[in-house]
Structures are given as structure tokens and as C-alpha cells.
Design a protein around this ligand. Structure first.
Ligand SMILES: N[C@@H](CCC(=O)N[C@@H](CS)C(=O)NCC(=O)O)C(=O)O
Length: 196
């Protein structure tokens, strides 16, 4: 979404997680998506770094707050928590069978404390940093989406209506629809697919 917002066009190689192509593993043994590779082989292996780079190139919607502002500090703090503790809890909830020390309910309960914090913020304003969408919303909502979709009926009955509405608004947005197209799995030798 940040690449689309910043109007930066890249070559897209759609990867199936269970079948990461050797060409990708050779350049990025970390084996997670997304990865952005520059013509000089520089790599960005964290979605957050890709967002930051795209918005530093072009930020027509002012998603990134000024570096010395309170909003910037709040965004960084929220994204740190998301990419750190919450992502760990999310992965344990999504793949609970790989972490048999605790039942699935334990992991989702743990993830709930971050979600409650988001709902508190969203009870005060439409977006995480206030009345305008920002990098915090864009960087965090895909992970909330994953959490919600492990058991959508369970997520929908939680008492966090602001969070549910926020997620729903983002999922129904034109920008989300414009980037979530289905692409065929990339194969060595394919003609380049442009994105967005
Ligand atoms: N902190 C990383 C997380 C990347 C990540 O965990 N991506 C998942 C897909 S959402 C992945 O590639 N998992 C590898 C796998 O499931 O094999 C980022 O935001 O870029």
C-alpha cells in the first residue's frame, strides 16, 4: 500500500510461502516476504523498511509524521510493539500446533492486550494517530487482519468495536483492493509483472 501510495512502480514476483524459489532464498535467506531488491542488489527485508523507503521517496498523502513530532514517536512505538511482541504472539496463535507448550487460546489472549491498546486509541479518533490515516495504520493493520482471520467469528464477538470498524474500513478501501489482486506464482524466466 505504501508503494502504491508513493506511486513507486516495482517488478513483482509472487511467492508461495511453502515453495520459496531458490532465487529468492539465495538473495534473502531470512525467507520471509516481502523483500525488495534494488538494481545494485541492496535488500530491504522488512515491510517496515520498505514502507519507510517508499514514503521517504514520495509521500503525497502525508502518511509519515515529521521526524521530531509526538505523532512520529507514537507511530514508531506502536510499530515496534506490532513487529515485536504482537507479531510473535500472532505467529504462535496462527501456528499454535507448532508451539504445543500452550493451547491456542493462550496465545490469542496474549495478542489481545495489543489489540485492546489499539481499540482504546481508536475509541478516541478514527485512525491510530488521530483524524487522518498514517503510516501507523498501514504498517499495523495487515497483522491485525491476519489475527482476525484465524477465527473471524471469535474476533467479531470481541468487545472492541472501534478496532473492528477500523479493520473493516481498511479492508474495504479502494487502496487495499487495488493492491490485493491475485498474481500468478513467479517462475524463473517469466516476463516482468509490474506493481502496482
Ligand atoms: N517483520 C517481517 C515479517 C515478515 C513475515 O513474517 N512474513 C510472513 C508472511 S506474512 C512470512 O514470510 N512467513 C514465512 C513462512 O510462513 O514461511 C515484515 O514485516 O516484513
Amino acid at each position: 500500500m505504501a508503494l502504491a501510495c508513493s506511486q513507486i512502480n516495482v517488478e513483482l514476483r509472487e511467492v508461495i510461502l511453502r515453495e520459496m524459489p531458490p532465487a529468492m532464498l539465495a538473495c534473502s535467506p531470512k525467507a520471509t516476504v516481502p523483500v525488495l531488491v534494488f538494481p545494485d542488489d541492496t535488500l530491504l527485508e522488512e515491510s517496515r523498511d520498505i514502507i519507510n523507503w517508499a514514503l521517504s521517496e514520495n509521500d503525497p498523502e502525508n502518511w509519515m509524521p515529521a521526524a521530531d513530532s509526538e505523532d512520529y514517536a507514537a507511530a514508531q512505538h506502536l510499530i515496534d510493539e506490532n513487529d515485536g511482541r504482537f507479531k510473535e504472539q500472532l505467529d504462535r496463535y496462527k501456528y499454535a500446533e507448532r508451539y504445543p507448550e500452550h493451547p491456542l487460546e493462550y496465545y490469542r489472549e496474549q495478542g489481545g492486550s495489543f489489540l485492546k491498546q489499539l481499540d482504546d486509541r481508536l475509541s478516541r479518533a478514527a485512525w491510530l494517530l488521530g483524524e487522518r490515516i498514517s503510516v501507523a495504520d498501514i504498517a499495523i493493520f495487515p497483522f491485525v487482519r491476519q489475527f482476525a482471520h484465524v477465527d473471524k467469528p471469535w474476533f467479531d464477538q470481541l468487545p472492541w468495536s472501534h478496532l473492528q470498524k477500523w479493520l473493516d474500513t481498511l479492508l474495504k478501501s479502494d487502496l487495499f483492493a487495488s493492491v490485493m489482486k491475485k498474481y500468478p506464482q513467479w517462475q524463473e524466466g517469466d516476463a516482468p509483472t509490474r506493481f502496482p
